[in-house]
Write a protein that binds this ligand. Structure first.
Ligand code: GDP
Ligand code: MG
Length: 177
């Protein structure tokens, strides 16, 4: 399979989930296009975006899926999770309910996704230091209990976004290779 200039060794489907307004779409556009859009609307109709990266000498096309507003209606379907090798489960460090709902999203993943799916918990909007209500320690504790990877990111500044996605993709590569 060719993308014009390099051979693709693997395609990894990754789903981004979590409550509405936590920054899922912005994380996706930061990772795939290095963009942050200040007047973003929900991206109805756009199913996924891709970025091709090299991990351990293999060319991997990351296909990152966005819920595109479905999370408002709790209508994320099992088709969304089908074939996903990884998940980014995002909450907003300034919105306690978005963290309280993370357990429910993990249940959703366990119910609909493959057993071997690699999950990263993401505390986004880390740039909003004065508005933080979710302590990092709470998230680390939850992630350890549930066997999830964990990072805090800012889609706005770009802090940790690539690192978090690369870590997830490397772990997926470890699972499938
Ligand atoms: P989604 O509903 O989870 O896809 O959330 P969006 O990506 O649409 O973002 C929701 C709102 O949060 C928008 O107003 C974004 O500009 C804002 N936002 C997203 N990520 C960040 C971030 O890292 N820092 C800050 N300060 N705002 C963010
Ligand atoms: Mg969105």
């Amino acid at each position: 399979q060719e993308n014009g200039y390099e051979k693709i060794d693997y395609v990894f489907k990754v789903v981004v989930i979590g409550d509405s307004a936590v920054g899922k779409s912005q994380l996706l556009s930061r990772f795939t296009k290095n963009e942050f859009c200040f007047d973003s609307k929900s991206t109805i109709g756009v199913e996924f975006q891709t970025r091709t990266v090299t991990i351990k000498g293999k060319v991997i096309k990351a296909q990152i899926w966005d819920t595109a507003g479905q999370e408002r209606y709790r209508a994320v379907t099992s088709a969304y999770y089908r074939g996903a090798l990884g998940a980014m489960l995002v909450y907003d460090i300034t919105k306690r309910p978005s963290f309280d709902h993370v357990a429910r999203w993990v249940e959703e993943l366990r119910a609909h996704a493959d057993n071997s799916i690699v999950i990263t918990l993401i505390g986004n909007k880390a740039d909003l230091v004065d508005l933080r209500v979710v302590p990092t320690e709470d998230a680390i504790e939850f992630a350890e209990e549930q066997g999830l990877f964990f990072s805090e990111t800012s889609a706005l500044s770009g802090d940790n976004v690539d690192t978090a996605f690369f870590k997830l993709l490397e772990e997926i590569y470890g699972v499938i290779s």
